[in-house]
Design a protein around this ligand. Sequence first.
Ligand code: CUA
Length: 184
Amino acid sequence: MKRGTTIYLYELAWILPSVAIPVGMLVALLVTAFGVHIHLPGMVGRVNPNRVDSTPPFDHPGVVQLGPGRYQVNMIAQLWSFNPNELRVPEGSEVTFLITSRDVVHGFFIPRTATNIMVLPGQIARITAHFNKAGNYPFLCHEYCGLLHHAMAGQIVVEPQHANSTVGAQSDGHARREPRGSST
Ligand code: CUA
């Protein structure tokens, strides 16, 4: 084989993968996004940050039971706390968090789970977590938000199935809703 041909084949052997790999990644992205419907957790709605306290569902911060083993947590992030900052669900629960901020950008992160989302004022963030083992799951703000950022934390108490008597515990005086029996 002539030397020129060898160099050409050698270059081609490198050029082809450099085209094929990005094309393969693009295809994988399109299939997971539109075929398998895997998306980043993100904004699901808007809310006026000045009227968070009177806007459903944030007018009732806390745990709402949606159905057997399914809960929704309405949560407000603020300087420098979460409301509620402690919540209780039974072991085996699927918990969907709806979170907004009333002031600046915060974060919501539950270590040891895949729960990690930014919380922006004016936007409603939604993320779902599964708690299959009883125990305490601390959560914290992981977007720097000022002086007491490091103190902005709370915990989820996942109770063993039998000791499930205090679902919906609250940190403040707000009334709580527990539409038990609803299956939606
Ligand atoms: Cu809120 Cu850092």
